[in-house]
Design a binder for this molecule. Sequence first.
Ligand SMILES: Cc1cc2nc3c(=O)[nH]c(=O)nc-3n(C[C@H](O)[C@H](O)[C@H](O)COP(=O)(O)O)c2cc1C
Length: 447
Amino acid sequence: MTEHHPQSMRAFLESIENVTRIDEPVDPAFEIAACLSHLDGGPPVVFEKVIGHELRVTGNHVTTLDAVASALATDRTGLQDKLIAAIGNPLAPVPVGEGPCQEVATENPDLAELPIPSFFEYETGPYITAGAIVARDTLTGRANLSIARLKPLGGNRAFIGIAPNHHLAVLARAARDRSEQLEIAVTIGNHPAVMVAACLYLGLGDDELAVAGALLGSPIEVVPCQTVDLKVPAQCELVLEGILDPDEMIEEGPVSEFHGMYERYGAGYVVTFRAMTRRRDAIYQAVLPGYAGEHIYLGAVAIAAGLARSLKGKVPSLVEVAVTHGGAGRLHAVINLKEPRPGAARKAIFAVWGAVNLIKQVTVVEGEVDPWDGVAVEHAVANHMRPDRDLIVVPGVQADRSEPLEQGGVISKLGVDATRHDGDRADWTPAQPPADVMERIRDLLKR
Ligand SMILES: Cc1cc2nc3c(=O)[nH]c(=O)nc-3n(C[C@H](O)[C@H](O)[C@H](O)COP(=O)(O)O)c2cc1C
């Protein structure tokens, strides 16, 4: 039996047998980032002593596909279906009277009091990277949950970096058009189910927190904020309640992106925090940004599930969609089809491009090939792709601003059809020992 509430980050950490606990004091200036980077791909890390700070820090919660699946109480073969089912059957959050995230409250908090890590050499300051941000359109009453980076600007102010097409940016522009400011609540220290849900591309007004509830099997318990009219997960570690001013813009400077390099996006909004509430012994969560496992997979599994959901009706032979680690969890997709009809692979490629602008390369495989397994996919390409026939290059397509090779707002797209084409070979028989011997010897080796 878990000691902690099942919707909490603590329950998740408690469920992991081999959490790495670092007792040596570490500096939030780059040392936490260096540890998370060296330990990328491994289990969660807890920093017990952070120099200059009272609160502990944790990171690397889900750095692999298997870790995401296990955090959502499934395995990699069940993960996509579980996400699709949760999107289709959301459970609206339930208000509760009180929650541990409000044990301690501070007005006009000084962000310097939080152990916010500086991650990368050429970024211009520390970043809050695990903030799952609640916002609501006051006109429609609809809530939104998404992750966006925040960089402290001194005192209770922070820069917030939001891609212009993200719903939080849409809500900020809508508030500006009404000459209003936008209330936001940055929730830090959440269960991985909340983090994955925050990365889903749903319709504007679909509340990602309701999908998180479906993933966890019970509605997320929420408490009202103290200074803004928003409700936040009662079990998170810490909440920053603030106002985003859509009229105040500030230059960011170089910032890391998922592809592993720096981008210079220019100006973004400013947020002023009216209050901070937290658990008495809050554990501050950090996601290592850039090309790192957790940043990659939180986005990858969410984007892949959204793609699979949107493709299912259009391409009946669809089995699974992967958005691969090597493609930084954003740029490359692999589609697995079952006995596709002629042309289905090409149709799937165009459907992916139509659904998610970020995806540049789409590879289509069929049969037993695990689309998340880079070696298996390359093997399918080696055996089934004829370059003169099976490559599609579409130049001059509108690019996302984070596309690493974007020029003048456009990029070319590559489709790779690595499905089997009858007639390419007379004989497709796989070379292996007889199936009955394989079976018998597998049992013998197990013994
Ligand atoms: C660790 C992490 C950090 C992220 N940081 C940002 C960010 O700084 N700005 C941004 O626009 N999106 C960021 N994202 C991606 C968005 O959270 C994600 O695309 C989300 O689905 C957008 O929300 P929306 O669907 O409500 O528009 C981040 C994702 C992760 C996993």
